[in-house]
Design a protein around this ligand. Structure first.
Ligand SMILES: Nc1ncnc2c1ncn2[C@@H]1O[C@H](COP(=O)(O)OP(=O)(O)OP(=O)(O)O)[C@@H](O)[C@H]1O
Length: 808
């Protein structure tokens, strides 16, 4: 029995002695004592999170061990880091480990770490609220019918997962800056905190006593527990022990106590069980029970091991531990040792899937690079190791000779860190280069991280060349991705530029009139379906001396111009038509000219050098902020060039019409109508949107139909609109009466909240705004509830219940 332990634990307030640091009970089998102390409510989010955890993870309750061991390891990391600048921080408890013990009779598991511990305030905050950003969004997504298991894995359920297996949890914690405190909860709404009546039993650290639920006995089974602890502690950087009660027979005189010497820092009690042979006086064999801690994680940290000794499975498992996502997979990894300004070892992983919020979090502090110095965890919150575009990587670095007193704040400016960062980028290029040897695997990489590469091309000036070699695009040449290098090697005789076209998807691009002629003539066109493509290519400008040519731009040169009928000859032939068309479309286009890029489409609209292609226009329109920018307006209002297909029968028909009477333009309204319709169709086929809306376009087509049918172009539609009649007063009154009957009968009105539901909602609201209990505008919600109840029950109330609800 622990001397001095008293007072605070008792079911009816009387003093109960706390027998040892693991126990809940004064005597085995008796009722659990209740911690007397200050009561606190869980933050509403915590209660909701606990519900979600319990409802969605009940099939894998064992994850509580993973979470608690990780928390212990994090706490150990923190104190060890603190000791770098303040060695005295460790004096309160020199050991750095986690010990797990089982007490079968009491049905408890106890997890003790000698980490940084928590002050009273920490206990209240860390185990009563959730500070994590994105909590509300997460809870929102998870509260629907189908809980997204993927999401819960990513969110990290943390400490609260303990309630998957526990009906009661007691946490003792001792931080160097406070006394030892106890936190206790049964997960129902509130928790209690009190100064530990047992005094300072931990020295420093945290001890979690888990009282198992009725149906969770499997964790009391030694081998099952050992299996799980081994699984979850394999990559933890501190020793994790299971404390076991063992017996041994010794040939000696009976002794009262014996001490196991397998671990220095413990003071296990040994008890003499029995003397086997009472008659033997000199040397008596006795069975001694003692406690011993068995080490569960014998491996060195995986990253400092020789890669030859690490198996695929170990790398996979370590990745899951690193990401804290039980199902996470990596696409590729590199484990290496770097020597130079700084010697370090590292493992770098490319995830198998792009993180959902990759680009949203690109500007915030990244947690994807863990830095250790000589095995001591320093930080994972620095953005300086990797350029932004590589923020999808997960890396562990262990530096040998970076200055040890490096603090989290000075990490950024450290010269050694810059040197490490340079190495990492180089290794990443090596990794991608080798990944690109496997076409299929690399296609997966491009699908997931192609956009990241392109961002790299935009912002990483020193690596643009390397990145451009790693880019891959869809192409008219095959269904597979192609590199720019491969495209260049396939370029045709006389072809100077790399042809590409942009659109929102490959199918749409294939249909575009711009692409058709190039394909017909046997040129290859790159299909760019990523919104950033156009910006990236205009930024790259060229690849190994070959310029990029957007086939939707006016300056397209195919390289075989000599072989086709020269532009000049065609311009002369089509001059009357070009003039007429330009006169018709004076407000819309800058110029009408004969095209060299069309085969089956009658016409196309091309952007001038300064103008936007349809794809770019769509992109820019999406940026509402820029819409007011004068430069944006200027570029948007750039007129386009209308190109006609000299071989298309429609164009030849129009040419014939214009040539018949070159002076009759003004009178030929029919020609003007047809040209405008052709312009609208071309606008849409070229990927732009109708400027004056669908109505004007529809009217034009209708007008053409009228001409074809010889119908008067000014005649109006004949129609008579019958007016809706008012209802009889009697009918309305009967309806009101019926509704009141339903309300008086107290039956639920479809679509309307019942008084109970309403009260429940208000109660939740009150709870969420505790402790002030203040409602909107500072009104006291209790009063509102009382008022509502009164009004709902009052017989004299002349307002219907519906109106009361409405007012609320
Ligand atoms: N064993 C412990 N020692 C010291 N502090 C702890 C311990 N366990 C939990 N905490 C504190 O409580 C906080 C909340 O823990 P919890 O496990 O719920 O979330 P987390 O560890 O921050 O996040 P996650 O588990 O999702 O990675 C921790 O951030 C830590 O400050």
């Amino acid at each position: 029995e622990a001397p001095g332990a008293q007072a605070a634990f008792g079911s009816s307030g009387e003093s109960v002695v706390v027998p040892d640091s693991f126990a809940f009970t004064g005597e085995a089998g008796s009722e659990l004592p209740i911690l007397q102390g200050e009561k606190f409510q869980f933050q509403t989010e915590v209660s909701r999170l606990m519900n979600i955890v319990i409802n969605s993870l009940y099939k894998t309750p064992e994850i509580f061990l993973r979470e608690l061991i990780s928390n212990g390891s994090d706490a150990l990391d923190k104190i060890r880091f603190q000791s770098l600048t303040d060695p005295a921080a460790l004096e309160s408890n020199p050991s750095l480990n986690v010990t797990i013990a089982v007490h079968k009779e009491q049905r408890t598991i106890t997890i003790t770490d000698s980490g940084i511990g928590m002050t009273k305030e920490d206990l209240q905050k860390n185990l009563g609220t959730i500070a994590k950003s994105g909590t509300s969004e997460f809870l929102e997504t998870m509260s629907g019918d189908k809980a997204d298991m993927d999401l819960i894995g990513k969110f990290g359920v943390g400490f609260y997962s303990v309630f998957l297996v526990a009906d009661k949890v007691r946490v003792r914690s001792k931080n160097n800056n406070d006394d030892q405190y106890v936190w206790e909860s049964t997960a129902v709404n509130d928790f209690t905190i009190a100064k530990d009546p047992a005094g300072n039993t931990l020295g420093r650290g945290t001890q979690i006593v888990i009282h198992l639920k009725e149906d969770q006995d499997q964790y009391l089974n030694d081998s099952h527990l050992q299996e799980l602890v081994t699984k979850y502690s394999e990559f933890i950087n501190f020793p994790i022990y299971i404390r076991r009660t063992k017996t041994k027979t010794v040939e000696s005189k009976p002794v009262e106590t014996s001490k196991d010497t397998s671990k220095d820092d413990e003071d296990d009690e040994a008890v003499v069980e029995e003397a086997k042979d009472e008659d033997v006086k000199k040397s008596t064999p006795v069975t001694v029970t003692y406690e011993e801690d068995d080490l569960m994680n014998t491996n060195k940290p995986i990253w400092i091991r020789d890669p030859k000794t690490v198996s695929e499975t170990e790398y996979d498992e370590f990745y899951r531990v690193l990401t804290r996502e039980p199902d996470a997979k990596s696409m590729a990894y590199s484990h290496f040792k770097a020597e130079g300004d700084v010697d370090f070892k590292a493992i770098m992983y490319i995830p198998s899937k792009v993180p959902k919020d990759l680009f949203q979090r690109a500007d915030s502090v990244q947690h994807n690079v863990k830095l250790y110095v000589k095995r001591v965890f320093i930080t994972d919150g620095s953005s300086e190791f990797l350029p932004r575009w590589l923020s999808f990587l997960r890396v562990v670095i262990d530096a040998e000779d970076a200055p040890l007193n490096v603090s989290r704040e000075t990490v950024q400016s450290s010269k050694s860190i810059k040197s490490i960062a340079k190495h990492l980028v180089k290794k990443m290029f090596d990794l991608l280069k080798s990944l690109s040897q496997d076409e299929e695997k690399y296609a997966d990489f491009i699908k997931e991280f192609g956009t990241s590469l392109k961002l790299g091309a935009l912002e990483d000036k020193s690596n643009v060349k390397k990145i451009s070699r790693l880019l891959r695009y869809h192409s008219s040449d095959s269904d597979k991705y192609t590199s720019l290098e491969a495209y260049v090697s396939r370029m045709k005789k006389g072809q100077k530029d790399i042809f590409y076209f942009t659109g929102s998807n490959v199918d749409e691009i294939k249909q575009s009139p711009f692409v058709e002629s190039l394909l017909a003539r046997g040129y290859e066109v790159l299909y760019m379906d990523d919104p950033v493509d156009e910006i990236v290519l205009s930024h790259l400008n060229n690849f190994e001396g070959k310029s990029f040519q957007n086939v939707a731009k006016s300056d397209l040169k195919l390289g075989d111009e000599d072989e086709v009928q020269t532009e000049k000859e065609l311009e002369t032939k089509f001059l009357p038509l070009l003039d007429w068309m330009h006169a018709t479309l004076l407000n819309e286009v800058e110029k009408v000219r004969v095209s060299n890029r069309l085969t089956t489409s009658p016409a196309a609209l091309v952007a001038t050098d300064f103008g936007w292609t349809a794809n770019m226009e769509r992109l820019m329109e999406g940026q509402a902020k820029q819409n007011k920018d004068p430069m944006h307006q200027f570029i948007k209002n750039q007129k386009k060039i209308f190109e006609i297909n000299p071989g298309h029968p429609l164009i030849l028909g129009l040419l014939e019409r214009a040539s018949r009477d070159p002076k009759g333009f003004e009178e030929d309204k029919h020609f003007q109508e047809m040209t405008k319709v052709l312009y609208d169709i071309t606008l849409v086929r070229s990927g732009y949107t109708l400027k004056d809306g669908v109505k004007a376009f529809a009217t034009r087509v209708e007008n053409m139909l009228r001409v074809n049918l010889d119908v008067d172009p000014t005649a109006e539609a004949i129609y008579e609109a019958p007016q809706a009649e008012l209802r009889d007063q009697e009918e309305i009154e009967a309806e009101i009466e019926k509704r009141e009957d339903i309300l008086e009968a107290d039956e639920p009105v479809p679509g309307m909240m019942s008084a109970e539901e309403l009260n429940k909602m208000l109660k939740e609201y009150t709870d969420s705004t505790n402790p002030s209990k203040a409602g909107p505008d500072g009104a006291n919600v209790d009063e509102i509830v009382a008022q509502v109840e009164k009004e709902l029950d009052s017989e004299e109330a002349d307002q219907t219940k519906e109106t009361v609800h409405d007012e609320l």
